[in-house]
Design a binder for this molecule. Structure first.
Ligand code: SF4
Length: 487
């Protein structure tokens, strides 16, 4: 084992807290994300010569005592800890304990929250030595190299760090262009994680989550990754590198049933969608996959992806009001959404639709328009939720400037049971109005007789669909019938 060791930690918090997702929470559908960005950085650090360990405490059900023992045993010099807005105070407390027990340990916090608020995050506790701003794979390897030479963090780009009493912010780091140079994230999962732990209600379990690109060029005001970790410029892995990883997954996780391409938007470059699909078909890889897509794909692109294994697209339709779509810079139209849905249906690919309320300018009438659109588009599944805004996004600034945030205590971004909490209001709607509407929207959407009949037919025809639906239905049905908390 190399001399310089690094522990990558998704810290203990609530059971099944899905910290790495865009809106971190315990989810109604039981979704639990892979600690994908930590795992990428872990792979990069190992490739650069460090000894590494990766602990996903919420997924494995590990508490602080377990983490403390494992860190003692492994003896890292650097701890890289993922954080999130709602868990930031918990995460800092965990860091304080680990620092007390390991005074020589250098602690680096990473993630969207500390990227947006580096100085404020450092100020939370002297236990935190530095925070990474943005994508951090190479930040960690540079920091490790610097610490192992005894040089400290002063010359490491992409961090803010504690320089005695004051916080010093180093220059930002360029985003990685050569994504093929990063090791397969699935090879890191194989070493440290149990793929059965992770779940997305849209994918047949067990699933493996990877990305084929980073960043998204669209300006949606609420979307946190492009505005913090990954940039508004799309960067791509080569087709060969992506399909090589699919072969690796097929050979190393023979029991995996699906792949989730967790790119911000897999479908930005339609030519590339077709090229990846063509290469998957040419190599004879038989796997089901799901993607995040915009509602602008043509029939032919969806058809060729379907032939290559595409099962489902997660699509942010967001709102049925054109004005509100414009207000959040979604750069799309209701007409395009209708055309996209008809293309998806014709190609036989499922769609999971995301709908939000509480957007700038939202009223009871526009919320109703959104539910009407959802029923008209009729995706295979749909989620309705009040918009969640996070530091670092334009949307957060919009609500904050107008006094439309009900609190500045980030722990209130969750209800006491860890579900999303609504902390925003609009000119005419209270959080309660929005939460009640979303409960009602879920009931109206899912309890339509035509929907229930269609679902029953699909489950009867497809055992995988039956398993997936039953697993998510256990948690989801309870929420559907009892409604949501409003803290
Ligand atoms: S298109 Fe999707 S991924 Fe891109 S900024 Fe908009 S919401 Fe985010």
């Amino acid at each position: 084992m190399p001399e310089f060791r690094i522990t990558f930690l998704n810290p203990p918090f609530l059971k099944n807290y899905s910290r790495p997702q865009r809106s971190p929470a315990v989810t109604k559908s039981g979704t639990l994300y892979y600690p994908m960005w930590l795992a990428y950085a872990c792979g990069a650090a190992e490739k650069a010569g460090s000894g590494v360990d990766l602990i996903d405490a919420p997924a494995d059900g590990h508490d602080e005592d377990y983490v403390s023992r494992r860190i003692k045993q492994f003896g890292p010099k650097l701890l890289v800890a993922e954080t999130s807005t709602p868990s930031i105070h918990n995460d800092v407390k965990v860091m304080e304990r680990l620092k007390r027990e390991n005074p020589g340990l250098f602690i680096l916090m990473v993630g969207t929250h500390v990227t947006a608020l580096p100085a404020e995050s450092l100020a939370l506790s002297a236990a935190v030595d530095a925070v990474a701003m943005g994508e951090y794979d190479h930040t960690v390897t540079d920091l490790a190299a610097s610490l192992s030479r005894g040089a400290g963090p002063a010359a490491v780009a992409g961090i803010a760090w504690r320089d005695g009493e004051k916080a010093t912010t180093n220059p930002r780091r360029d985003f990685i262009e050569e994504l093929d140079e990063l090791p397969f994230v699935s090879s890191v999962y194989k070493k440290f994680l149990r793929i059965e732990n992770y779940f997305n209600a849209n994918a047949i379990p067990p699933m493996v989550t990877i990305t084929t690109s980073r960043g998204c060029p669209f300006p949606c005001s609420f979307c946190v990754y492009p505005q913090t970790l990954m940039s508004r410029k799309a960067r791509y892995r080569s087709v060969k590198n992506v399909v090589d990883e699919l072969e690796y997954i097929r050979d190393n996780f023979p029991h995996a049933r699906s792949i989730f391409f967790e790119d911000d938007t897999f479908s930005i470059n339609k030519k590339r969608c077709a090229e990846i699909s063509g290469e998957v078909i040419r190599r004879g890889i038989k796997m089901q996959w799901i993607i995040n897509a915009r509602a602008d794909l043509d029939y032919e692109t969806i058809r060729v992806m379907k032939e290559a294994g595409l099962r489902l697209m997660c699509v942010g339709f967001e709102s049925g009001s054109q004005q509100l779509l414009d207000n959040i810079s979604k750069k799309t139209s209701v007409d395009k959404m209708e055309e996209f849905m008809s293309n998806a249906r014709r190609a036989g690919v499922l769609v999971h639709g995301c709908f939000m309320v509480g957007l700038p300018g939202e009223t009871k009438e526009t919320m109703r328009k959104t539910l009407d659109l959802a029923c008209r588009l009729n995706p295979d599944t749909a989620q309705f939720y009040p918009i969640m805004v996070y530091p670092g996004t334009e949307a957060y600034g919009w609500y904050e400037e107008r006094g439309y945030l009900s609190t500045d205590d980030f722990s209130k971004w969750l209800t006491p049971s860890g579900l999303h909490n609504t902390v925003i209001r609009t000119e005419s709607l209270t959080p309660k109005d929005m939460v009640k509407f979303c409960d009602q929207a879920r009931r109206e959407f899912y309890l339509r007789p035509s929907y229930i009949a269609r679902k029953a037919v699909r489950m009867a025809a497809d055992p995988d669909e039956m398993r997936r639906t039953l697993r998510s239905a256990k948690v989801f049905l309870r929420h559907l019938l009892t409604g949501s908390d409003v803290a």
